[in-house]
Design a binder for this molecule. Structure first.
Ligand SMILES: Cc1cc2nc3c(=O)[nH]c(=O)nc-3n(C[C@H](O)[C@H](O)[C@H](O)COP(=O)(O)O)c2cc1C
Length: 181
């Protein structure tokens, strides 16, 4: 699949074929590809927690309420970012961090790599929701400096993804040279 086609046809998949699972080799292939994501100052601050245990997958909804469909997934990948490694500043009145951006770019890589291999996935938010961060860290023993940025259930799609009936590109949202109304 070429990249532009992949970008356009990737959809959030929330219904999975529960009779088949994603082989470990493919999970590694997906994570390897996602690790080539851009990151500020090339710190590559992500780490991945792979959950395959059915009970744990079903329990995700108690940690982040919009992940109920994860109970039928083959696995879920929790993308975490090392807050000490990510490019950040906390001095001279400034306080900011690229953690969520770095993590989201790796997460998007997971979505696209999964799509390329014929799997379905869905980005589910974690950071910046403080309660979800806390729930995930406590439940899965994630160290406090590792910020969970996304929960991505993955599996074999139960049906072909429905594609948007209209183009998502709206030319009026592109401004050339200067902002136009
Ligand atoms: C920051 C963020 C958080 C999201 N959280 C959830 C979620 O908790 N549960 C869910 O089912 N989908 C979640 N989504 C997926 C969006 O609903 C989905 O991307 C959007 O509806 C567009 O559909 P598409 O991915 O098929 O293009 C999230 C997406 C983003 C970018």
């Amino acid at each position: 699949m070429d990249i532009i086609n992949g970008l356009k046809t990737r959809r959030s998949v929330r219904k999975f074929n529960t009779e088949k699972t994603i082989p470990h080799d493919d999970i590694v292939k997906i994570l390897e590809a996602a690790s080539y994501a851009p990151s500020a100052h090339n710190t590559q601050p992500w780490e991945f927690l792979v959950i395959e245990n059915k009970e744990k997958l079903a329990s995700l909804r108690t940690l982040q309420p919009w992940t109920a469909f994860a109970k039928e997934a083959s696995c879920a990948i929790i993308v975490c970012v090392d807050e000490n490694k990510t490019f950040h500043r906390e001095k001279e009145g400034e306080k900011w961090s690229y953690a969520d951006i770095d993590g989201t770019l790796a997460a998007y890589g997971i979505l696209l790599a999964a799509h390329d291999l014929g799997y379905g996935a869905c980005f589910c938010g974690a950071a910046p929701m403080p309660l979800v961060i806390d729930n995930l860290q406590k439940t899965f023993n994630i160290p406090s400096h590792m910020r969970p940025v996304a929960i991505i259930p993955l599996g074999i799609p139960a049906e072909p993804a429905r594609q948007p009936s209209e183009s998502r590109y709206q030319p009026e949202k592109t401004h050339w040279e200067t902002w136009t109304e």
